[in-house]
Write a protein that binds this ligand. Sequence first.
Ligand code: ADP
Length: 152
Amino acid sequence: YTGKSGTQLLAERIMKITVQQYQSIPVVVKDSSSVYDAICTMFLEDVGTLFVVDQASALVGVLSRKDLLRASIGKQMLETIPVSIIMTRMPNITFCFKEDLIIDVAKKLIEKQIDALPVVKSGEGLKYEVVGRITKTNITKAIVDLANDELL
Ligand code: ADP
């Protein structure tokens, strides 16, 4: 008998859950896409956050629901404004790797007050390639699995 408390055992379990186990498929748009097209993609793909990539598929930006709403309340032409004008851009993007712990992603989501992080892998030069998406919903799923004792 190890003498570990229930809380200690739970903490040990939490510290083993990685991004890879709970990440979702990322939805990306090109930096040349219009705000109008990004809004359509967000509805069609049923996600709250879009990731923006350049011609070489490198991560360059993030678009949230409110970014697109904000762009839509002006009198601008949504079909002609590229998303690169309104997105949150590198190097201000908070991201993670698939080997990272879910608990560290949860801390970043709280600290930055955001809903989702792109999961990336290192690409050419100092660029990152988007390989996944991790959201508050994915974190919630991990908590439910913990409670049900159904961790992978
Ligand atoms: P919403 O704006 O719809 O409430 P968020 O809270 O996720 O959604 O986004 C808040 C702001 O933070 C937006 O301007 C968005 O572009 C930005 N943002 C969202 N996710 C990230 C991220 N992973 N890294 C940096 N900025 C982000």
